[in-house]
Design a protein around this ligand. Structure first.
Ligand code: UN1
Length: 525
């Protein structure tokens, strides 16, 4: 049965969720897995739900000293953790997955309440965490390298993968826990220890996860320092990026942030894994199934209120179906249920905060100055159910691909409608004609068009889908993109390799000392 928000005893329910997850009002600034610290720090941050504006917690912000404490504990833990056999590390991750299953409902609600995505998507995010745990458990028995034939007699060559050390994870507010788990669970089976700096906008869900991990660590009598959490601002991210004790920094967020992290990590020749902005397009050709395309476009454009890095920002539609699709879209947009994310009838929740609302309205203003036509949406909702000022009506704008605003990623529900004519290659050119390269898709039932899109002169993105939208990827594939998206790959496939260092080993089992390349080097004795 569907319940509307006024039928839900919400405050009480959220209070129960927080209690269930062990979250108190005043929270520590950091955790080393078993221990908490920094709860008397001077700088605090109030966390308000974007859904109803209620203060949900006041968290302490970590200092540079706290960071230091965490790093030294993590270094110590690495010495133990790397010696635990990989499948045994997988067993710990399996238990984390079990606990996440147990707490799926509660954690999903908290994600929804703290971040603002609708409950279905909050639950989906937790499911994504469970899925990566399962994936990582299997992976813990498959961290294999190649073997190769030596050119020398009675010699053997192979490659092995060793743990790296401390993996720093900087995550964004929009996927407050799933993207961390992609990194943390893979890194953990690889034998690394993890230091997580969540977005300062969504620290509660991170604290909740840390509680869940803590139970697993304690039950298995593992040392502190394997899974660490540091709640802080950009300063902590900057310390991490410059820290040679952190061989890999994985960062999710804007291209602007990613460039800073990439530069700082690069300057010390560290490794970075960057998953940054997208400007994802769906191409709708004259051979598309428009009903399918419509569903994918709407989910991609207004899901998570347009705040996924995979959100659909542009649709590139063939002349012949343009008007028909536009009409269908306007009808759906006219009826979008916008409201409290925990209300089961809602499809569009709030934006994260007022800054995001300003970015939304500014982008709409600017694109109209450039010549774009706002067809629908763009208002900030007010009234009893929308008193936070974070609820907006998703917008559709007719625009041209080269407009400055269309070239930018605005983290809000703005969908640009772009027309193309002629061959699918024209659409592909428009689709690739932006700085970002994360996700892309084509709707067509014509093999020639879909294969052109997937060919090496087709989509230049890290993700290219056929008859599926740009967002909502499964964890089994490698996730990430090219150009301004940063080039990193997380999650499935062989993304695990970045969390390990690769070593080539050559073993001589003869009694001779031949050199490679046939070099003669006879010493006299
Ligand atoms: C993100 O927005 O940073 O493909 C991650 C998706 C999700 C992950 C998005 N599975 O939309």
């Amino acid at each position: 049965m569907k319940q509307t928000i006024d039928q839900l005893p919400l405050q009480q329910e959220i209070a129960t969720v927080l209690k269930q997850l062990g979250i108190k009002e005043s929270n520590p600034a950091y955790s080393t897995g078993l221990k908490w610290g920094g709860s008397n720090n001077k700088t605090t941050r109030d966390i308000y739900s974007p859904a109803d504006g209620n203060l949900i917690a006041t968290v302490n912000m970590a200092t540079a000293k706290d960071y230091e404490q965490v790093i030294t504990t993590a270094q110590e833990a690495f010495k133990t953790w790397r010696k635990v056999p990989a499948p045994k590390r997988g067993e710990i991750v399996r238990q984390v997955g079990e606990k996440l299953r147990e707490h799926k409902e509660a954690l999903g609600k908290l994600v929804s309440y703290e971040m603002g995505k609708i409950l279905q998507e909050g639950l989906g995010e937790v499911q994504e965490m469970i899925d990566i745990c399962d994936f990582a458990v299997g992976l813990s028995r498959q961290l294999h390298g190649f073997t190769m034939h030596s050119e020398r007699p009675q010699h053997r060559m192979y490659e092995q993968y060793h743990p790296l050390g401390i993996v720093g994870v900087i995550s964004a507010f929009n996927f407050p826990v799933a993207v961390w788990s992609w990194n943390a669970m893979l890194a953990a089976v690889c034998g690394d220890v993890i230091v997580w700096k969540p977005s300062e906008k969504t620290p509660l869900t991170a604290i909740a996860c840390q509680h869940i991990l803590r139970e697993v660590l304690a039950e298995n009598e593992l040392p502190e320092g394997i899974f660490n959490l540091v709640i802080g601002d950009a300063e902590i991210g900057s310390l991490m990026s410059k820290d040679t004790r952190v061989p890999l920094v994985s960062a999710t967020g804007s291209t602007r942030m990613g460039k800073k992290v990439g530069e700082a990590v690069g300057a010390r020749l560290g490794r970075s894994l960057l998953e940054l902005g997208g400007n994802n397009a769906i191409i709708v050709t004259e051979n598309a199934d428009l009903e399918m395309a419509l569903r994918a476009i709407v989910f991609g454009a207004v899901g998570t209120c347009g705040q996924r890095c995979t959100s659909t920002r542009r649709i590139i539609v063939h002349d012949t179906v343009y008007d028909q699709l536009k009409e269908r879209l306007l009808k759906v947009y006219d009826n979008l249920p916008i409201g409290h994310p925990l209300d089961s009838t809602t499809l569009v929740g709030p934006l994260i905060d007022k800054d995001a609302v300003n970015a939304f309205t500014n982008a709409l203003q600017e694109v109209q100055q450039e010549g774009g036509t706002l067809l629908i949406g763009g208002e900030i909702l007010s009234g009893e159910n929308y008193k936070t000022g974070t609820y907006v009506t998703p917008a559709i704008v007719e625009a041209e691909n080269h407009f400055e605003m269309v070239q930018e990623e605005t983290f809000a529900p703005i969908l640009y409608l772009i027309r193309y004519s002629g061959d699918v290659e024209n659409a592909i050119e428009l689709q690739n004609g932006v700085k970002q390269g994360l996700s892309s898709s084509i709707f067509s039932t014509n093999l020639l068009e879909t294969e052109a899109f997937l060919s090496h002169w087709g989509s230049d993105c890290g993700i290219a889908n056929v008859n599926i939208g740009t967002s909502g990827a499964e964890i089994g594939g490698a996730f990430g993109g090219e150009k301004d998206t940063g080039g990193g790959r997380e999650s499935g496939s062989d993304a695990w390799r970045i969390y390990m260092r690769r070593q080539t080993n050559t073993i001589n089992y003869s009694r001779e000392m031949p050199l490679a390349q046939g070099i003669k080097f006879d010493i006299m004795d």
